[in-house]
Design a protein around this ligand. Structure first.
Ligand code: CP
Ligand code: NVA
Length: 308
């Protein structure tokens, strides 16, 4: 059966752990499941980390990445999404897409006979979450029972972080401005994925108390850049900037995390993101290792040295 990576929640806790374990295996010790094969990487939105980490992960697994901008492919403009999948699977062993509308990646997956990978949609950002979990695991050790706090919009990054944190048995704290929260059904869904607990509130300083890791993301996601919307959103997010007081409230050993790109002075102060508690560049570099682990898993690689 072809496995697709659309959302973290599609994988069990054991599978998520296996993908993270594969991410820790140096590239030279992994098999080359993509040897002689292509990988289509299609981007409807800009990217630095995702494009580079995915291209390098494909190369490290022996494959050849082919980057294409979304407008060249023209999902549902030049041809239906399903026709793109049916053509690409004839050239490639993997199709990955960064899309505006989540249904574009699910439609690719519905018809594709090769794995489809979600490289960010309006709904979720699973590859980011794998790098986030890998970084937390490296920094904090066993994650079950640890506390992750997210400050900001309950957006694509927050949802995937919540899913992976739940799969790994963490306590989850969400500090979201009024109108930008997860609804009750979503909180229940995250809890049922395996979280130790899920709590949401509108006062960040309270939500971060005792957190082992404090995450945030931009207040303005790709596709929301209209100047008026941006300004309105910034006003509603007043008080949600992760600053030194917030990190002090989290506790002594707390680390600061951000998927990047970051906007200093908005969602985080320069003193926090450029300070000693920040692990954002380790987190960014882990995008490549996490992508390699996830792709190796999808292509059927076992964790070397483990009894199957
Ligand atoms: N974090 C992340 O996905 O970065 P890019 O948008 O640069 O790929
Ligand atoms: N939430 C952001 C993440 C960027 C990596 C966006 O969707 O633009």
């Amino acid at each position: 059966m072809t496995r697709h990576l659309i959302d973290v929640a599609d994988f069990t806790s054991a599978e998520v752990t296996a993908m993270l374990d594969l991410a820790e295996v140096p590239a030279e010790d992994l098999p080359r499941p993509l040897a002689g094969k292509g990988a289509a990487l299609i981007f409807e939105k800009p990217s630095a980390r995702t494009r580079h980490s995915m291209e390098m992960a494909v190369v490290q697994l022996g494959g050849h990445p082919v980057f294409t901008r979304g407008e060249e492919v023209g999902f549902d403009v030049r041809e239906p999404v399903e026709d793109v999948a049916r053509i690409m699977e004839g050239f490639h062993s993997l199709i990955a897409a960064r899309v505006y509308d989540h249904s574009t990646v699910t439609r690719l997956a519905d018809v594709s006979t090769v794995p489809v990978v979600n490289m960010l949609s309006d709904y979720s950002h699973p590859l980011q979450a794998f790098a986030d979990a890998l970084t937390m695991r490296q920094q904090l050790g066993v994650l079950a029972g640890k506390t992750v706090a997210y400050v900001g919009d309950y957006n694509n990054v927050a949802r995937s972080l919540a899913e992976i944190s739940a799969r790994l048995g963490m306590h989850i704290r969400l500090a979201c401005p009024v109108g930008f929260e997860a609804d009750d059904a979503e909180l229940e869904r995250i809890l049922l994925l395996g979280a130790a607990s899920v709590v949401q509130g509108n006062r960040p300083i309270e939500m971060v108390v005792g957190a082992d890791a404090v995450h945030t993301d931009t207040w303005v996601s790709m596709g929301e850049e209209e100047e008026e919307d941006k300004e309105a959103k910034r006003q509603k997010f007043e008080g949600f900037t992760v600053d030194d007081d917030m990190m002090d409230a989290a506790g002594d050993g707390a680390i600061f995390m951000h998927c990047l790109p970051a906007y200093r002075g908005f969602e985080v102060t320069a003193s926090v993101i450029d300070g000693p508690r920040s692990v954002v560049f380790q987190q960014g570099h882990n995008r490549m290792h996490a992508a390699r682990g996830a792709l190796a898993f999808l292509m059927g690689a076992d964790v070397p040295g483990e009894q199957q």
